[in-house]
Design a protein around this ligand. Structure first.
Ligand code: PNW
Length: 446
């Protein structure tokens, strides 16, 4: 049980998994090397008007070439866990067929480099970079793509299963649904609600099929989903706002949590979508058994609360970060963690993302003073500590992100890293928050 640490600080459980996270398209660059195929994010970011300044992930933080230096930076931080994602089009250029050995070798070298430095690898199988060839046959609107994902996952498990102890299936299905298919500001850039929830079902199906594929390999790896969860609060104390917040929570959280962990879609959301929706028509017998295949852990990503008004709209209560969608509310972290444990049982949890963008500049003396990130992390970690003290079985915490990187539609304008990247030179500079985080990890206490 965590207790008071030194100097009245907050001590974390022995062996707590201090970490940081990244994803392939956001950091790797090298989009045309070693047999990599195109992904929907290559297509999307190269389409004029889709990303800020026309930025693409073609170079990004050049991690594909600089991974050894990045591994040393992780070691210097004292990380215990590193969460990265595997680029599907590096493993299967067109999303099907025999795996590309050169692609697998990159992740083998990365995993080996982590083990050599005493850092535990955690790999996400899908962090949004769908092979373009699969988009051309319908993308996640096609049920077949869920089966293609299971085949890809199987190939990765067989090649890397001996050195990756923890797998995450699909990063944030909700963000794919919302940003990719409702609002359209992420790839594939659609605005089609009827398609969006069919996509949600197929993403959940893909998750379940990958869990089954891992079990079939007989390996010892653990696996779970990665959900971004938003606590949804009524904006005022009217019954109408409470009712609207409940349904909003259904779409944001229960759609994914209930199907994966309880084997049913929430009745209020199904009723709201209606029996004629493409999603309702796309659910087949046996799908929910597959989707709810037992998992070993659930990954939670927390960024912001949502305040829901009586008419089903949203409003703001707290200051935002540079990301206009993000209100800074550390207690939301406590609320979402304790809620998952209360409603879904004592399944082990990991926090796989938490962070914010700050207006960082590299000063003449070579330092980056991101004081805002230090206070954000300190306050959120205090909420994490409180949740652990109240019985949440949380095993690890990962800052988003290790490095400044390609922030999707926002390009390189937003800096989310513990480590500053000077893009013209690709020089890495640990920010003030990195030095602070190193001390937290070393003390195992706040
Ligand atoms: C996550 N929201 O996306 C992604 O997993 C990361 O790749 C990304 O860089 C990071 O968070 C920062 O944006 C999110 O609207 C996108 O609440 C949107 C939301 C949350 C997370």
């Amino acid at each position: 049980d965590p207790a008071e640490g030194p100097a009245g600080g907050l001590r974390f459980p022995t062996g707590f998994g201090w970490g940081a996270a990244t994803s392939a398209y956001q950091i790797e660059g090298a989009t045309k090397e070693d047999g990599r195929g195109e992904s929907i994010w290559d297509t999307f970011s190269r389409t004029p008007g889709r990303t800020r300044n026309g930025d693409t992930g073609d170079v990004a933080a050049d991690h594909y070439h600089r991974y050894a230096e990045d591994l040393d930076l992780m070691r210097d931080l004292g990380l215990r866990s590193y969460r990265f994602s595997i680029s599907w089009p590096r493993i299967q250029a067109d999303g099907t067929g025999a795996p590309n050995q050169r692609g697998l070798d990159f992740y083998r070298r990365l995993a080996d480099g982590l083990h050599e430095r005493g850092i535990s690898p955690m790999a996400t199988l899908f962090h949004w970079d769908l092979p373009q060839a699969l988009q051309d046959i319908g993308g996640w609107e096609s049920r077949d793509v869920a089966h293609r994902f299971a085949d890809y996952a199987d190939a990765v498990f067989r090649a890397l299963g001996d050195r990756i102890p923890v797998w995450l299936t699909i990063n944030e299905p909700k963000t794919v649904v919302q940003n990719g298919y409702l609002e359209g500001h992420h790839a594939p850039g659609r605005q089609d609600p009827d398609a969006a929830y069919l996509v949600a079902h197929h993403l959940q199906l893909a998750h379940g099929l990958a869990v089954r594929a891992l079990r079939a390999t007989g390996g010892t790896g653990r696996i779970g989903p990665a959900f971004n969860l938003h606590p949804c609060y009524p904006a005022d104390d009217t019954p109408a706002a409470a009712e609207a917040a409940r349904l909003y929570d259904g779409y944001e959280n229960r759609l994914y949590l209930d199907s994966a962990l309880k084997g049913s879609y929430p009745a209020d959301v199904l009723a709201d979508l209606g029996p004629g929706s493409r999603m309702a028509r796309g659910i087949r017998d046996g799908d929910l058994e597959l989707i709810s295949a037992p998992v070993d852990l659930v990954a939670v990503q927390y960024y912001t609360p949502i305040y829901v008004t009586a008419d089903g709209g949203t409003t703001r209560r707290w200051p935002t970060s540079e990301a206009q969608w993000q209100q800074i509310y550390p207690d939301g972290m406590y609320d979402i963690l304790t809620r998952v444990t209360r409603d879904y049982g004592p399944v082990p949890l990991t926090i796989t993302e938490n962070g914010l963008p700050t207006p960082d500049v590299l000063a003449d003396d070579g330092t980056v003073d991101d004081a805002g990130r230090v206070s954000f992390l300190r306050e959120h970690l205090a909420a994490v500590h409180r949740a652990i003290s109240d019985g949440v079985p949380l095993e690890s915490y990962h800052v988003w992100s290790l490095l400044d990187n390609f922030e999707w539609a926002e390009g390189y304008d937003q800096r989310w890293g513990l480590i500053y990247v000077d893009y013209p030179t690709q020089r890495r500079v640990p920010k003030r928050s990195a030095h602070w985080y190193r001390q937290v990890i070393a003390a195992n206490a706040l």
